[in-house]
Design a protein around this ligand. Structure first.
Ligand code: ADP
Length: 644
């Protein structure tokens, strides 16, 4: 292979630019990022060697070496991990594989000021590119374990938009990242500095991080005594800088908050401290140790289909998987951390993990611990809980639908907007139930596209008049959530856009029924007329008990999907079965008096037909649906206005 000069993908250029031109408030983290990559590479090799021992050639002492060369002003981070092939170098170093980084760049595009707030970069864990904060030139020499020594790859870049790759010979498999340090970064050649950084950020890395340290020693004579007037000799020895003790194996009382936080940043590639830290060990039928973290912020891609993060899985301290998706249900995908099992078989393959009963037991246990802690937060500090909920509530809701075993616990953790504060404050179901007037029997909710639309929905009218609170659900998942929950504290969750609502007391009902009877007497024929005229659009036309001001609204039959559900299905490109809805009319509204008069005088009046259609269109518009013929609608309204 000859030397090739290639261009970085546009997005990387942008990232490099940020790295290079920002006076990074915390440059130190470049070392953590590179050590973390080296450690991952060793983990990968060790895992590969479980099934193909040949890849290890003769070496097996895994190690990450830091080599500081003062005269050349270079710092090298060298590992004997899995290494990379040419394709992998161009693929993984030349593009941004990690969705977190991509998400960061997308945010920068949207908010250019982010670029001037480089402390945010670290939040997204930009990994390898952090090298350009300390180095003006980065050289990467790598060879994949298992391929001949001649098939090494040399990669070099000044972070200026281009990189060069060529073939090289490399005796040892693994990767050397050679940093030609910027002039104001020479402190990274100092022993004390490297020692400090490794202790601070990478102490728990399982593999030894070594450095050659020089020491001046006085020469000793045969009896071990110092020789008078002798000059000190320079001794070089290799020192391991990290304690290497897997943090989860240590006792909780020996671990400082700072150590947990650093460990979190290492596993989650995050920048800010976690919101919740849980460290525990389980004994009994499945033994394992775990440290779980709830991050401060939800990642930007939490709801993207490709968002895949799992916990790290170790078996007897051997790294198995960086993202074990089977350890937690999907709705807890925001949780980061590590699980180390003592009884899963080491040779477990990723494919069979899912069906392993031991793993299922671990998973159950992890979910329980997490829900315990989240519940605790909710009970102890409502504000803190709501801050957590604003980040992760939407995913938690998925659980109320999908995790049958924990449905009730999850339902208690959920909050919704409600008519009580016009949607400005969140209400839990328990809060809702305790505030219910004695006469109220069910929990009322309304789903829709936006809070604004929900707040003005005609469906709310009778409830507002009665002083009954209605939960306003404006999130996509809510339709499934309420379906999943079904009942809360024995109270049915009822959509007020469906079926018949009966919110009157028995006495009121008698009175209302009487009124309805009278209205039916006077409007019965008109209603039949409306039914007939609109029969291709609506299932039925009836008198409403939920309207007090608006003229009409549409409701779904008790077991049919609501308009909101139809809208969601359409957005998901799902087939939407044709359900007609019911047009409810408010007989108190003066429009019906007028229509009735018209009807009595001339059943065939074209105006009557227009009115019927206009009523339907209005009902569609207020619920946020499309009307069939907007042009017709506006022409009719204008004509009516001209008449008025
Ligand atoms: P991340 O490590 O978060 O995936 P990076 O930008 O740090 O992102 O690295 C990109 C990819 O390059 C890694 O996922 C890995 O495949 C590869 N890589 C980086 N450093 C090394 C290394 N020392 N050895 C082997 N592969 C590496």
């Amino acid at each position: 292979m000859t030397t090739q000069t290639l261009e970085f993908k546009a997005e990387i250029k942008q990232l490099l630019d940020l790295m290079i031109h920002s006076i990074y408030t915390n440059r130190d983290i470049f070392l953590r990022e590179l050590i973390s990559n080296a450690s991952d590479a060793i983990d990968k090799l060790r895992f590969a060697a479980l099934t193909q021992p040949d890849v290890l050639e003769n070496e097996s002492a895994f190690k990450i070496k830091l080599i500081a060369n003062r005269s050349a002003k270079t710092l090298t981070i060298s590992d004997n991990g899995i290494g990379m092939t040419l394709d992998e170098v161009t693929d993984q170093i030349g593009t941004i594989a990690k969705s977190g980084t991509r998400a960061f760049l997308e945010e920068v595009k949207k908010h250019p000021d982010l670029g001037s707030r480089p402390e945010l970069i670290g939040q997204f864990g930009v990994g390898f590119y952090a090298a350009f904060m300390a180095a003006h030139t980065v050289i990467l020499r790598t060879r994949k374990a298992g391929v001949p020594a001649t098939q090494g790859v040399l990669w070099q870049s000044q972070g200026d938009g281009q990189y060069r790759v060529e073939a090289t010979e490399k005796a040892q498999y693994g990767t050397d990242v050679i940093l030609q340090l910027k002039d104001d970064c020479l402190e990274y050649l100092e022993e004390y500095k490297l020692r400090e950084l490794v202790k601070k950020y990478s102490d728990f890395v399982e593999h030894p991080i070594t450095m050659d340290v020089t020491r001046e020693e006085m020469p000793l004579d045969a009896e071990g005594k110092e020789i008078k007037d002798a000059k000190p000799v320079i001794k070089i020895s290799e020192e391991t800088l990290n304690s290497r003790k897997a943090i989860w194996t240590r006792s909780k009382s020996d671990i400082s908050a700072e150590e947990y936080n650093e460990f979190y940043k290492h596993v989650a590639k995050d920048w800010v401290n976690p919101r919740i830290t849980i460290h525990f060990s389980a004994e009994g039928s499945s033994e394992f140790k775990a440290i779980l973290f709830v991050p401060e912020h939800a990642p930007l891609d939490l709801f993207m289909p490709e968002h895949k993060t799992g916990l790290q899985l170790y078996i007897k301290r051997v790294f198995i998987s960086d993202q074990c998706l089977e350890l937690l249900p999907d709705y807890l995908r925001f949780v980061r951390g590590v699980v180390d099992s003592s009884d899963l078989p080491l040779n477990i393959s990723r494919e069979t993990l899912q069906d392993n009963p031991l793993l299922a037991r671990i998973r159950k246990n992890l979910v329980k611990k997490l829900l315990d802690q989240i519940e605790k937060l909710q009970q102890e500090d409502r504000d803190k809980y709501l801050a957590f909920y604003r980040e992760f509530g939407r995913v938690l809701k998925e659980g109320a639908h999908s995790d049958f075993d924990n449905k009730e616990r999850l339902a208690r953790l959920l909050y919704f907007k409600s008519t009580q504060s016009n949607g400005e404050q969140l209400r839990s179901l328990s809060e809702y139930v305790s505030a219910m007037p004695a006469a109220q029997k069910e929990i009322y909710y309304l789903t829709g596209e936006s809070l604004e639309q929900l707040r003005h929905s005609p469906h709310l009218e009778a409830f507002a008049q009665k002083g009954y609170e209605v939960l306003l659900m404006d999130e996509f998942v809510d339709e499934w959530v309420v379906e999943g929950i079904g009942k809360f504290q024995d109270k049915l969750l009822r959509s007020i856009a469906k079926g018949d609502v009966e919110i009157e007391s028995p006495e009121e009902k008698v009175q209302k029924d009487q009124q309805r009877e009278e209205k039916t007497k006077s409007f019965g024929d008109l209603i039949s007329y409306l039914k007939e005229t609109l029969k291709s659009e609506v299932k039925d036309v009836r008198l409403s008990s939920r309207l007090t001001q608006s003229a009409c609204c549409l409701v779904a039959d008790a077991y049919d999907p609501t308009a909101n559900m139809e809208r969601i299905l359409q957005a998901m490109k799902q087939p939407v079965p044709e359900f007609k809805r019911i047009l409810e009319i408010n007989a108190e509204h003066p429009v019906y008096e007028k229509m009735n008069r018209l009807f009595q005088t001339d059943k065939n009046s074209p105006l009557l037909n227009d009115y019927a259609r206009l009523l339907l269109d209005q009902a569609l518009l207020t619920e946020g649906s499309k009307i069939k013929d907007p042009l017709w609608f506006t022409q009719k309204i204008s004509a009516l206005m001209a008449l008025g």
